[in-house]
Design a protein around this ligand. Structure first.
Ligand SMILES: C[S@@+](CC[C@H](N)C(=O)[O-])C[C@H]1O[C@@H](n2cnc3c(N)ncnc32)[C@H](O)[C@@H]1O
Length: 476
């Protein structure tokens, strides 16, 4: 249970705590935040020894608000291009720092790469059953894990080490699993009430994305379990060291809070990320409102626009549709997500004849037929609508002209528009049935919320279909 502040329309924060128990929760939040600041040796003077101190602008504050969770607000006006945070490398959680901390417990490993040696680790460390596992792991075994697997394993272990973990102040400010309750992966792993039904209600494209997240998670669980079994742990012990819900929570914290950062020892781009205390309180908005810079003195965030006192500060996590945001982060933008798209692949594929399928596969245009909220139909969609008009597409000069960019495709437009109109009318009809979920009255609060976001996804899809239909009507 966490206390919330409610932002009114002007973004002014109103604390709703009235009774004493709620005030206790508020003061716990404040003291955990202070611990975090103390731990990262915060200074509000950006000139003082930047290589070891974190800088947190004195013009910002963290609040826990409804619908957003912990969020960063300006406490006074902030200009464009002002530095907001600088977190030094030793306080960033990524595969470099984790390997440095883990190998501290294994005296036979000598790290030589300078990227590890500049990381601060406490001289005194407490030994326990978790550090005994660290001590048994070789550097090769650690380097074989993806950053994702390594960080999820480490967070799961370290959070069970309580105050003996160097990172405790950071763990204490991570969200609860309940805060991530809208994520389909979380419903599925925790077997939430009606999860199978909820899963079946998801739009196809969202369901497909949620399946991919599930497969990634299951794969990571398998890899980490296998690693621990090679260290001599029985399967019962593995479940004690890595309780499923705690691992899920750690995995979701990594997934929803990782920021791109190139790391010297990473095997591929997926490993290039870090978690950054305090910076990770920034919520997402479509427009890029902050900019990131990474160098030897750490991870730095500056503003790209002005803020008035009381504004919430945002960072764009990337060009993400609501499907992506829900599956990966556990939230949706209720309106104006310019990256939303409508996937009509499942309606188009059954219309294709074998020769058309072969042609599309040959040309790498098979599947992923979408319309975007802003830019309308994608080129892939335009191509497939043209291919549907060709009996022997491989022999069509006009089709090849369209694909090579030598022809504008006008010759196909009339029939493409007629077919697209029928498809979009079907989408609108289907969405009309499902959008009502946004206003469901399920008696279980969490199920109600989950259904509400599914309803929003259908509303998003209908909006794109209707906008495109209006454009088509103007053309006829
Ligand atoms: C990097 S964290 C941001 C801090 C987070 N609010 C917290 O309480 O710790 C990312 C998480 O914040 C929440 N979040 C981010 N942007 C949001 C938004 N625009 N609306 C609602 N929730 C958002 C989601 O739960 C997401 O998984």
């Amino acid at each position: 249970m966490s206390i919330r502040y409610y932002a009114n329309q002007k973004g002014i924060l109103i604390l709703t705590a009235r009774d004493e128990s709620k005030s206790v929760i508020v003061s716990m939040f404040t003291s955990k935040l202070e611990n975090l600041l103390q731990w990262i040796k915060n200074t509000s003077d950006e000139t003082s020894n930047p290589s070891s101190h974190s800088y947190i602008s004195p013009k910002i504050t963290v609040k826990d608000v409804q619908d957003f969770g912990r969020s960063i607000y300006s406490s006074t006006a902030i200009n464009k291009s002002e530095l907001l945070f600088r977190i030094p490398p030793s306080f960033l959680l990524n595969s470099t720092t984790v390997i440095r901390h883990i190998t501290r417990h294994n005296h036979s490993i000598k790290l030589t790469n300078p990227c590890y040696l500049s990381i601060f680790v406490p001289y005194k460390t407490v030994s326990d059953k978790y550090t005994a596992v660290y001590a048994s792991l070789s550097l090769d075994q650690l380097l074989e894990l993806t950053s994702f697997q390594l960080l999820s394993l480490y967070i799961t272990f370290e959070t069970q080490r309580g105050s003996d973990s160097f990172w405790k102040p950071f763990w204490d400010m991570l969200p609860d699993l309940d805060d991530l309750r809208l994520t389909p992966l979380v419903w599925r792993v925790t077997k939430a009430p009606q999860w199978e039904h909820l899963w079946s209600l998801l739009p196809r494209a969202t369901q497909a994305h949620a399946e991919k997240v599930w497969s990634r998670f299951v794969h990571d669980v398998d890899v980490v379990h296998q690693l621990l079994s090679t260290q001599g742990l029985s399967s019962e012990e593995i479940h004690q060291y890595l309780p499923q819900e705690r691992f899920l929570w750690a995995w979701m914290c990594v997934n929803s809070r990782c920021l791109y950062m190139e790391l010297p020892q990473s095997k591929d781009n997926h490993d290039n990320f870090t978690m950054a205390p305090y910076v990770d309180f920034l919520n997402h908005a479509c427009d890029d409102q902050c900019t990131l810079k990474i160098n030897s003195i750490g991870f730095q965030v500056s503003t790209t626009s002005k803020y008035a006192a009381g504004d919430q500060l945002f960072l764009s996590y990337g060009p993400h549709s609501n499907t992506f945001l829900l599956c990966e982060y556990g939230f949706v933008l209720p309106s104006d997500n310019t990256w939303n798209d409508l996937d009509i692949t499942h309606i188009i594929l059954p219309l294709l004849k074998p020769k058309q399928v072969d042609y599309l596969k040959d040309q790498n245009y098979y599947g992923e037929y979408t319309l975007n909220a802003n830019s309308g139909i994608s080129f892939r969609t335009e191509v497939v609508l043209a291919v549907l008009q060709e009996q022997t597409p491989g022999e069509s000069r006009r089709l090849n002209g369209l694909l090579n960019g030598n022809m504008d495709g006008l010759v196909y437009q009339k029939n493409s528009n007629t077919l697209l109109k029928k498809i979009l009318e079907k989408v609108v009809y289907d969405c009309d049935q499902k959008m009502k979920l946004e206003y469901n009255d399920d008696i279980d609060e969490f199920t109600k919320e989950r259904k509400r976001v599914i309803g929003i996804l259908y509303r998003d899809m209908k909006l794109i279909a209707r906008t495109e239909l209006e454009k088509l009507e103007l053309l006829t």
